[in-house]
Design a protein. Structure first.
Length: 197
């Protein structure tokens, strides 16, 4: 998701690396999924995590910066897991739900609001929420004062229904995540600059 101040994105590429504890602390058995797709690979941390935790399952991804547009991906996967770009979150959700058995998206909790999404939420209510009690830092330099949760749409009953809470990371894990975010953003911005030069 994107950090914003008064509607202005603070990162033009909408790349905000997900702190590892956000998905590592999810109480989900990843080996129950037979395949997975990550719609916005970014620096690859979620793809790496899935590859390490899903046994022999096939893990694929899309990444627009690598010429792979998720909206041109018309395949299917057992699981779709991502932290979607804020500016296109609803489009990512709509494209994902029909193409998987379990869809898990990191979104702002207040994304449940909005008159423009009212009908969508009535027709596509999440089956469960995994709330991040600690606000994540996507830049490594503080939070955006917003609460987040993993929104789950599960067609298989493998994920318990209801509201759940992600374990709070240790101070060490949080500090490590902050440094990783700073390094990832620096590397990503350098890559974009090189492509534009």
């Amino acid at each position: 998701m994107s950090r914003q101040i008064k509607g202005v994105r603070l990162n033009a590429s909408d790349f905000y690396p997900t702190p590892p504890w956000c998905y590592e602390n999810l109480d989900i058995d990843w080996q129950q999924f037979t395949s997975a797709h990550e719609p916005g690979k970014g620096d690859g941390r979620i793809v790496d995590f899935l590859n390490k935790n899903m046994g022999y399952a096939t893990v694929t991804y899309s990444e627009i910066m690598e010429g792979s547009d998720f909206f041109l991906w018309d395949e299917s996967a057992d699981l779709i897991l991502t932290n979607p770009p804020f500016s296109m979150a609803l489009e990512f959700i709509k494209h994902s739900i029909p193409r998987c058995n379990t869809c898990i998206m990191l979104l702002r909790l207040n994304y449940l609001g909005s008159i423009t999404r009212h009908q969508f939420w009535k027709e596509n209510s999440p089956t469960s929420l995994y709330v991040l009690s600690k606000r994540p830092s996507f830049t490594g330099s503080g939070t955006d004062a917003t609460d987040y949760a993993w929104f789950v749409w599960d067609k298989t009953d493998r994920i318990p229904k209801g509201v759940h809470f992600v374990d709070v990371p240790s101070k060490e894990a949080s500090a490590e995540a902050n440094q990783l975010a700073k390094d990832a953003l620096e590397s990503y911005n350098k890559k974009i600059k090189e492509q534009n030069d």
